[in-house]
Design a protein around this ligand. Structure first.
Ligand SMILES: NC(=O)c1ccc[n+]([C@@H]2O[C@H](COP(=O)([O-])OP(=O)(O)OC[C@H]3O[C@@H](n4cnc5c(N)ncnc54)[C@H](O)[C@@H]3O)[C@@H](O)[C@H]2O)c1
Length: 261
């Protein structure tokens, strides 16, 4: 049975990578989906893919840093499909470097998309969930919000903040029937990973390092992350709130033993 029948879901950053995978899987599971990203055309491509399967979706172009654009997109989705019941805050950017290697602009942009954007979209959607007295909000965090990984200082700070935001929001809205969880993937095979690898001097070497870093011996797939979002969005997860689900092939629980040479 379709797990998300009668749900209206908004997925940010849904024109590519994991967000696109989540939007497609949500539609497959019966949800009506708002596909939000920066440009209308890439959103429309995903919407067309969804519609080809007979499911319903709408393209919503917005920069999530801009409050008026977010409000417009959220109102538009409600007008098309009714009250929003699932929100996936997935859109993010990932500047690289240790703190002294990054610019203030990198910092402002990353906080702007990953935190301010998540805040603004949540703020715009929550009144609809309060009206319905139910909802599921899922923030896309990351293993970098838990572990210290080199070269990802600003990005990691935003992801750690999202895990804290999840805990706080779950407490604030529990009695209103709104569940709030986060998902922390390990490295996933996406355009974001490809971009990161291309910026390195030896992309193949780094790809192998990423594979070996995960106890399961490989990076994850988009559908393996999307499956967990389906669960958290669905009524199957009715007693799950305030949780941070790691989907990381064991990365964040891995210990190290001293090695003999
Ligand atoms: N790829 C990985 O290995 C990995 C690992 C852990 C967590 N994540 C997280 O998963 C999410 C998706 O990552 P991905 O690899 O699919 O990345 P991606 O770059 O393919 O997708 C991110 C999307 O967000 C959109 N976006 C960026 N700024 C925006 C803005 N201001 N307004 C609206 N949309 C905006 C982009 O246009 C893009 O389509 C991110 O939150 C990322 O941090 C990814």
């Amino acid at each position: 049975m379709a797990q998300l029948k009668d749900k209206v879901a908004l997925v940010t950053g849904a024109a590519s990578g994991i967000g696109r995978g989540i939007a497609l899987k949500f539609a497959q599971e019966g949800a009506k989906v708002g596909v939000l990203d920066l440009g209308l055309e890439p959103c429309q491509k995903v919407v067309d893919e969804i519609k080809q399967t007979g499911a319903e979706a709408v393209a919503l172009a917005a920069d999530i840093r801009q409050e008026s654009a977010v409000t417009k997109a959220v109102n538009n989705l409600r007008e098309q499909f009714g009250l929003i019941s699932v929100l996936v805050n997935n859109a993010a950017i990932m500047p690289t470097g240790a703190v002294h290697e990054t610019s203030l602009e990198d910092f402002e942009n990353c906080i702007g998309v990953n935190l301010r954007g998540t805040y603004l979209v949540s703020k715009a959607v929550i009144p609809q969930m309060l009206e319905a007295k139910k909802g599921s909000i899922i923030h896309m965090a990351s293993g970098t919000g838990i572990l210290g990984l080199p070269g990802l200082a600003i990005y990691s700070a935003t992801k750690g903040a999202l895990i804290a935001l999840t805990r706080a929001m779950s407490t604030d809205y529990a009695r209103q029937g709104i569940r709030v969880n986060s998902v922390s993937p390990g490295t996933i095979d996406t355009p974001m990973l490809a971009k990161f690898l291309n910026e390195q001097s030896q992309p193949d070497y780094y790809r192998k390092l990423f594979d070996e870093m995960h106890p399961l011996g490989r990076v994850g797939r988009i559908d393996e992350v999307a499956n967990v979002f389906v669960f958290l969005a669905s009524d199957q997860a009715s007693f799950v709130t305030g949780a941070n689900y790691t989907v990381d092939g064991g990365l964040t629980v891995k210990g190290e033993q001293p090695q003999d040479d």
